[in-house]
Design a protein around this ligand. Structure first.
Ligand SMILES: Cc1cc2nc3c(=O)[nH]c(=O)nc-3n(C[C@H](O)[C@H](O)[C@H](O)COP(=O)(O)O)c2cc1C
Length: 282
């Protein structure tokens, strides 16, 4: 790979913004509902958003102050004024409407109405939930952190504690949120989004123990140009280097080529069989 190095102060702010959006991606989208002091609802998407703690459940959003005009987002002003909001997940089906809600409507315009979303009453805060969203948090403002005003920064972090969570039963399997059912989107840079759907969702087994590591793999495995980094990681994830076991039953129908057969076993997460194949080849 050939790298370009960026020094933030030396490129226009717009360019730096797009660089961050492109590299820190995909980002979840918080669809934030807030109320102005006169009670008008506001609804806007924010992808400078993530969860940072589960005890207490704490998230943060970054509603920027416009670099050119110094104008603050209505969401930001509302949360500072009232101390409350709801944060609602954005599904694939909601994305076009969420984008419409991001239009710069003046303060006092209700984006639920403009973008065609339905209000559902919250239990513990005044701003409403987005009825179309399968996952919502009722939040209280914990901390407001303006980022580097001393050097002309225009970012802001609002740290929010979730005091209620609402999950649609329809997106759950066995009491847990099912990533195949919730159909969430992520924000990339430019006008691009991604959808957590089909092949885009894949499983990586958490290491159950401390793996032996790449450095403990036998040289002929570690330096093989046939096995990928992902395949080597599965082999290096075992907690003890296996020894060849003559009695180990390998599945039928594997190719004669050891590495090809090991690759098939690794694709099926049968790491024990992959190890035995490779050890027999030494
Ligand atoms: C998917 C998406 C993500 C966005 N993320 C952010 C963000 O993280 N920070 C921000 O300041 N604006 C973000 N925007 C733009 C705001 O949604 C937009 O400025 C909106 O009009 C703000 O509304 P408000 O002034 O009613 O709060 C995003 C827009 C979209 C469509």
């Amino acid at each position: 790979m050939t790298f370009r190095t960026i020094i933030p102060g030396e490129v226009p702010h717009r360019e730096m913004h797009q660089i961050l959006l492109g590299g820190v991606a995909p980002r979840p989208v918080a669809f934030v509902a807030s109320l102005s002091p006169d009670g008008t609802a506001n609804l806007s998407p924010f992808s400078f958003f993530n969860a940072y703690s589960s005890k207490p459940p704490t998230i943060a959003i970054g509603p920027a102050i416009a670099a050119r005009t110094g104008i603050a987002k209505d969401t930001y002003l509302n949360i500072l004024d009232t101390g409350e909001c709801t944060v609602n997940a954005v599904t694939y089906a909601m994305t076009e409407q969420a984008s419409l809600a991001s239009s710069e409507y003046p303060r006092g315009v209700d984006e639920f109405t403009k973008a065609g979303f339905t209000k559902r009453a919250s239990q513990a805060v005044a701003p409403p939930l987005v009825a179309e969203s399968p996952f919502s948090l009722e939040c209280k403002l914990v901390e407001h952190y303006p980022i580097r005003r001393d050097i002309g920064g225009n970012g802001v972090i609002l740290i929010l504690e979730a005091i209620r969570a609402h999950i649609a039963e329809e997106v759950m399997t066995d009491g847990e949120i099912d990533p195949h059912k919730i159909d969430l989107v992520g924000r990339m840079n430019g006008d691009w989004y991604c959808r957590a759907h089909g092949d885009a969702i894949f499983e990586v087994k958490k290491p159950r123990t401390v793996g032996i590591g790449f450095d403990a793999l036998p040289d002929f495995i570690r330096t093989s140009e046939i096995l990928t980094g992902a395949e080597l990681a599965k082999l290096a994830g075992v907690n003890e280097k296996p020894v060849a076991e003559i009695s180990f039953q390998l599945p039928d129908g594997l190719p004669d080529d050891t590495f090809a057969a090991a690759k098939i076993m690794l694709a099926q997460n049968n790491t024990a069989a992959a190890w035995q194949l490779l050890l027999r080849a030494v």
